[in-house]
Design a protein around this ligand. Sequence first.
Ligand SMILES: Cc1ncc(COP(=O)(O)O)c(C=O)c1O
Length: 386
Amino acid sequence: MTDSDSNSPFTRAIGLGRMSKDHFGAVNTPVYRASTILFDDVNSLMTGKAPYTYGRRGTPTSRSFEEAICALEGAAKTAIVPSGLNAITTAILSVCSAGDHLLMVDSCYEPTRHFCERVLKRLGVETSYYAPTDDIAPLLKPNTKAVFCESPGSLSFEVQDIPAIAAAAHKVGASVLMDNTWATPLFFQPLKHGVDLSIQAATKYIGGHADVMLGYVAANQAHAARLADTHGTLGLYASGDDCFLGLRGLRTLPTRLARHQATGIALATWLATRPEVARVLHPALPADPGHALWKRDFSGACGLFGVELKPVADTAVAAMLEGLSHFGMGWSWGGFESLAIPAHIHRTVRPFAANGPVLRIHAGLEDPDDLIADLQKGFARLGGAL
Ligand SMILES: Cc1ncc(COP(=O)(O)O)c(C=O)c1O
């Protein structure tokens, strides 16, 4: 397959990382399950100068996935890891050492905060937090080694000014890390906007079928060696089966994302008209405070967004959610199925401003009219339980 940076990411996701010539024409690189790799002679065994040397160090399946992601992200190195959270922790560990300071966005995925408060603290790395839309310049310290972003935040959906954050961080020599799971590399390419390490929970949209745990970190040239060293030294690895599922998911990602986006916007637009709703948190809606930044930097939106309801009892929210037919309740997103859960937004810089409960909705691949009808009945239950 030929790949060119000038093609749309939608086209590139189809052709990248296929290695068909090496696999009897099979369209996708097949699953390689391997620990031991055998060598023909002592010299190649001892020097390790072979394309594949040991299962943990890569197989054709993992390399195909790496190759595809490197091209999509415009990265010099991609490290494939067993989960999105592991991608976050590996990226941080590849830049921070004892005595360093990490500036973390207050809207981060909650387990990211736990890692900082538990493991990083124990290792002598100090973490402080910044509000997602604040200017970070006054918060940078002489020992700030990294600034971590997540945009939009996956519960509260504030859009961050990534180029401005990157410029401020780089001025003091700090690296910029970004959890880009919401947009995927199809709708936002972090490295092209000044980010040094782009993080993805491939568990979500890349896997796309709610049946694989997978993550990756994609690094620019300056961060490639440290990432490779940290990844290898920690013994990180994702199985051939999971890399295969990641690669297979990539092929339909453009089509799925287009549908998630359209349905998400349809649901959000409808929800904004409902009397029970105080506001919708969706950057693709023109009324959203992050809309201008989103429009400037992103080429699309996924199916994940928030809704703040007018104040109502928790029991009424439970009556609404528990009776939904097409929306499941679960701690993930990015699969083909719709989800709706209460979102508990924990902040330490300043409280998240909401008077009523916030719901997080994942628009799946079902017919949007059926989803709207389901939510409509849900609002009837919410009203009935007041
Ligand atoms: C924004 C975000 N980043 C990272 C993760 C972690 O991914 P994983 O569950 O694969 O560890 C999640 C999971 O929900 C997430 O929502």
